[in-house]
Design a binder for this molecule. Structure first.
Ligand SMILES: Cc1cc2nc3c(=O)[nH]c(=O)nc-3n(C[C@H](O)[C@H](O)[C@H](O)COP(=O)(O)OP(=O)(O)OC[C@H]3O[C@@H](n4cnc5c(N)ncnc54)[C@H](O)[C@@H]3O)c2cc1C
Length: 504
C-alpha cells in the first residue's frame, strides 16, 4: 500500500516505522524543517534541551514503549534512566529521603504533616494500589486476566464516574493535602471537577517521587516505571527515523505540509502538498490537531454533524507552555535535593489557577513553575562542568494580559526572578538562553491552538477515534489519546496500525 503519514512526531514516526516494517511504501510529511515535533531535542552552543518532556512512563523492560522499540529492533538505541522528582509547596517540600524509607514513605510523611487526614491517606493508598492493579490488568490478555480485572475493579466500580474533586473530598479534608495530589492537573489545565478521579492515582505514581519504590510488591500487579531518556527525547526520534530511512520503502520529507486530503466516493484518494503537488495514496495516517484534520484537511462537508457534535466541538485539549532554556556553568541541582526535576507550586487553589488559565490570564509564574536539569541525568547534554536547565510553566495560547511577542523577554525575566529565589545564581551563571513561547510551539506543531498534553481525559467527553469515519483515514497522536504523553502517542500509533492492518 502507498501510505502518507502526516507529521514526524513520535506518533507519526512510530506508525511509519511499523508500516515500513510490514513492507508498505510510506512517506512521512513534515511541515517543519526538522523532524521530531515536540520531541526534537534542541541544541545550542554545546547544550541540549528537550521541548519540555521529563519523566516518561512505560519505557522499562517489558513495558509498552520499550516493546515497540524491541519490535523494530532499535531498543538498544534508547536508554531509560530511572530517577525521581521533587515537589515544593508553600509550607512544605516533599523530598526523596537520602535513605529509602519504604514504598509508602510519602503516605507516612503526609500523615505526619496532616494527622487529621491520616485515615484518609490510608483510604487513598488502598484505592491507589487497586487502580494500579487495574491499569496493569487492562493491558493483559487472556480470560483469567479479564476475570481478575473485573474482580479488582468491582469494589471501586461506583467511583468510576467520580471527578478528581469528589475523590479528594472523599479522602481528605485538608485542601493543602488535596493539592498534593491534584496540583498536576494544572498541567492539563483541567478542573478537578471534570477530570476523572480514578486517573489521579495513575498520574501520581509513587515511583516518580522515588525510583527505589519497587514496581513489584506483595500480590500486586507490576507497576509502570518512570524514567528520563538518556541524552534527550531526540534519541527516540533518531532511532525511529533511522529505521524508516534505512528501509527502501520508507521516506521522510521535511518542509512539506499536507494542505488537503482529497476524497473520492467517501474514501481517501490523494494528498495535496504545500508545493501544490498532488500525491495519490491508499491510506493517510494523520497526527496533529483533530480540528485541523477534520475541518481543514478533510473539510466539514465530508463529516456528519453528529460526528462533529460528539468528537470535534467538545474536544477538550490542554493549553500551552512558556519556557526558558538556560545553559549554565554551575550545578543548580544542589538547591533541589540533587534532583533533575522539581515542581514548585505556589498556590493550593489549583482550580482557581486553572480557571484563570482557561480565561487566558497568564499567571506570570506566580502560581508555579518547574525546573528541569536534563544534564543531571545525561551529562552529555551540556559541556563538562556545565548544565542545561529548563524553567517553564503552563501558559494560555492567547493571553488576555498582553501578547507573547511583546512580553516574551519581560515574562522570561519574571520567571527567572521567581526561579532564582530557589536556585540562587541562575542568571549570573547563564552562558546561553532560549525562550520559547506558545507561538513557537504552534509553529513547531502546526496547530492553531497548541495543546501540550493533547486531549485531556474528561468525565463526559470521548477522545477522537483512531479509525475515522472516512475510509482510508486514520488519526493518531496526542489529540487522539485520552492521556497525551510520549508513550501513549507511540502506543496509540501502534494500535491504530494493528487495527488498519487487520482491515486491509
Ligand atoms: C512542553 C511539553 C512537555 C511534555 N512533557 C511530557 C512528559 O513529561 N511526559 C510525557 O510522557 N509526555 C510529555 N509531553 C507530551 C508528549 O511529548 C506529546 O504528547 C507527544 O510527543 C506528542 O507526539 P505527536 O506525534 O502526537 O505530536 P507532535 O510531536 O506535535 O508531532 C506532530 C507533528 O506533525 C506535524 N504536522 C502537523 N500537521 C501537519 C501537516 N498538515 N503537514 C505536515 N506536518 C504536520 C507537526 O509539525 C509536528 O512535527 C510533553 C509535551 C510538551 C509540549
Amino acid at each position: 500500500m502507498i501510505i502518507a503519514v502526516i507529521g514526524s512526531g513520535l506518533a507519526g514516526l512510530t506508525a511509519a516505522a511499523l508500516l515500513v516494517k510490514e513492507g508498505h511504501s510510506v512517506t512521512v510529511y513534515e511541515q517543519h524543517e526538522r523532524i521530531g515535533g515536540v520531541t526534537a531535542t534542541i541544541e545550542k552552543e554545546g547544550y541540549k534541551w528537550d521541548w519540555g518532556q521529563m519523566l516518561i512512563p512505560n519505557f522499562g523492560e517489558g513495558e509498552s514503549g520499550r516493546k515497540i522499540l524491541e519490535k523494530l529492533g532499535i531498543s538498544d538505541k534508547v536508554k531509560a534512566l530511572k530517577s525521581y522528582r521533587e515537589n515544593y509547596f508553600p509550607d512544605f517540600r516533599i523530598s526523596r529521603p537520602k535513605d529509602f524509607q519504604g514504598k509508602y514513605w510519602r503516605k507516612e510523611f503526609l500523615q505526619e504533616l496532616f494527622p487529621e487526614d491520616a485515615k484518609g491517606l490510608d483510604k487513598y493508598f488502598k484505592i491507589y494500589d487497586r487502580i494500579h492493579d487495574v491499569s496493569a490488568l487492562l493491558n493483559k490478555e487472556g480470560f483469567l486476566s479479564k476475570i481478575k480485572l473485573f474482580l479488582t475493579f468491582l469494589p471501586i466500580m461506583k467511583k468510576k464516574e467520580w471527578s478528581a474533586q469528589k475523590l479528594m473530598d472523599y479522602c481528605f479534608t485538608n485542601k493543602k493535602l488535596q493539592a498534593v495530589f491534584i496540583a498536576i492537573l494544572a498541567d492539563y489545565v483541567a478542573s478537578p471537577e471534570v477530570f476523572p478521579g480514578l486517573i489521579i492515582p495513575t498520574i501520581n505514581a509513587e515511583s516518580q517521587y522515588d525510583e527505589r519504590v519497587p514496581l513489584d510488591y506483595g500480590r500486586h500487579q507490576h507497576r509502570q516505571s518512570w524514567s528520563y531518556i538518556e541524552n534527550g527525547m531526540g534519541t527516540i526520534i533518531a532511532a525511529l527515523a533511522g529505521f524508516i530511512e534505512g528501509k527502501k520503502s520508507g521516506k521522510i520529507l521535511t518542509n512539506t505540509a499536507i494542505n488537503k486530503i482529497n476524497l473520492e466516493d467517501g474514501s481517501v484518494k490523494s494528498v495535496l502538498l504545500s508545493n501544490n503537488e498532488e500525491v495519490e495514496v491508499d491510506l493517510v495516517i494523520a497526527s496533529g490537531g483533530a480540528k485541523e484534520l477534520y475541518l481543514d484537511l478533510v473539510g466539514s462537508e465530508h463529516i456528519t454533524q453528529e460526528f462533529i457534535k460528539t468528537y470535534i466541538d467538545p474536544l477538550f485539549t490542554t493549553e500551552s507552555v512558556f519556557m526558558v532554556h538556560l545553559g549554565v556553568d554551575y550545578d543548580p541541582s544542589i538547591y533541589q535535593n540533587n534532583a533533575a526535576l522539581c515542581y514548585y507550586y505556589f498556590t493550593y487553589d489549583i482550580n482557581e489557577s486553572i480557571k484563570e488559565c482557561q480565561k487566558g490570564i497568564y499567571h506570570e509564574g506566580k502560581d508555579g513553575l518547574l525546573v528541569y536539569i536534563p544534564s543531571k541525568h545525561s551529562p552529555e547534554m551540556a559541556p563538562p562542568g556545565h548544565h542545561a536547565v529548563t524553567v517553564y510553566t503552563i501558559a494560555p495560547n492567547i493571553p488576555t494580559n498582553g501578547n507573547w511577542k511583546e512580553n516574551k523577554e519581560k515574562w522570561a525575566e519574571k520567571l527567572l526572578d521567581i526561579a532564582e529565589k530557589f536556585i540562587p545564581g541562575l542568571r549570573e551563571h547563564t552562558k546561553t538562553k532560549i525562550i520559547l513561547t506558545p507561538e513557537d510551539f504552534k509553529n513547531r506543531t502546526h496547530l492553531k491552538h497548541h495543546a501540550f498534553g493533547g486531549t485531556v481525559p474528561h468525565v463526559k467527553v470521548p477522545p477522537p477515534l483512531h479509525k475515522t469515519p472516512i475510509k482510508g483515514l486514520w488519526f493518531i497522536g496526542g489529540q487522539s489519546e485520552n492521556f497525551g504523553g510520549v508513550v501513549s502517542a507511540m502506543v496509540g500509533a501502534e494500535s491504530a496500525v494493528n487495527m488498519l492492518l487487520k482491515d486491509y
